[in-house]
Design a protein around this ligand. Sequence first.
Ligand code: SF4
Length: 504
Amino acid sequence: MSARPKLGPADYLAGLQCERRLWLTRREPERAAGNVASVAAHLSRAGEIRRHAERLFPAADVVDEKGHAEAVERTRSLLGDERVSAILGAAFEHLSVEIVADVLERLPDGGWRLCQVTPSGRVSETDFDGIALALFALRGSGLHVPSAEIIHPDESYARGAAGIDWTAYFARRDVTADVEFLLEDVPGQVERFARLLDSPRRPDVEPSPHCRRPWACEFRAECLRGLPADWLDLLPGLRSSRFHALREDGIARISDIPGDFPLRPGQALARSAHRDGELALASDLGDMLAGFGPPSDYLDFEAIAPVVPIYAGTCPDQVIPFGWSLHRLTQDGELVHRDFLARGSCDPRREFAESLIACLAAVPRPIAVYSPFESRVLRDLALELADLAAPLERIRTRLRDLQPVVRDGIYHLEFRGSLSLKRVASALSPGFGYSDLRDVSDGGAAAETFERIARGELDAREEERARAALRAYCARDSEALAVTHLALRQLLERGRPERADRSR
Ligand code: SF4
């Protein structure tokens, strides 16, 4: 009989989200696409935070054997040594579960406390599930572990002028009660996942809202292959309960959703578009666009939220804007571009705010954005920079969010379930896109690139190239806004709304 496949924390959490995701992760990982780079960035950040957390245990012994079996052996010998007060990287195996405990701390009564490190200031249900699995493996190995803790960055900690005080940076939270009640389910889940991985057959699981929580699944494109182009789960904003209610009635396609099923205006437009096989517009799209100009400005911000603060006075995960890009539509229909990209070597917020005020103060025209993000950044800057609060607030009152207009006012078949600015602009303006942007082509890559500049990790040539890539990407985002607004206005002028949204 062959040995059962081993199960680690990442497998376990994947399985809790979706059996098929676990199976694909282990059996056909080459089919993953999409968020692979962001998962790698998350893992690298988690490793970095774990290494910093180890500073809290200067007297700890370290298990750093390469193979898991060797690490388990070394752990066993350290556990039996009464001089050992704490162990970093202790390894355990129980049934098919392989676990590495970030920190084990010896308790006065002879038992041990499990401490797992998480790289975010916000502790999540997923963290509890991971700790429950670790506790299952530790106790199953015969260790007395009455207590469990999460060590995480403290969001209220502000970096000092002299750097990070790691003792103050981390918070420790007892989560024993939070995970004890999850333990009951762990043996059953482990057994289920082990059987699943033993099977050569992919589990049949339909794409549904579960594919996006707690992570956007990297196998989404694979699972949508072969399904109808208007698969129900591609209806923007469809809640899980409504998805399942419709599936229980045998409905699989957006175009088959009954006319009396309650939908938001934009969802009803999507249904019309799929039924008619063409673009659908809301009859009140003109009203929705009334406050947007022209003349108009189109604005996009880029920001980082470093878990290890880079600048004195800033906190873990605090949003720090580092660049803005603005396209201005002049009276004669020309698009003019302005931008700002911080140097990175010092806190960019004041320079960011002053340059933005200088660019926008003179001409009080509407400013189109594509999320509430820009408004939140301006509000936070106004709180931080009291002397600039009034002009920043004035800019804030001029913001007009185009995203709700798109959500409720138009559906194009090429949106394919996504209302991201990238998808919308490309659909409404064929030929417009991001595919020529090589080094930075999404917000995550932009933040990562700027963080590397700010931390001084790039040499002069690399930095020059990175800055050019960042400016090109930011410019494309504000241009996408302009392209979207202008396309919507053109559709209005062509008189399409009259025949649209009959199902609303
Ligand atoms: S896309 Fe959805 S159904 Fe497919 S593996 Fe991922 S979570 Fe499961």
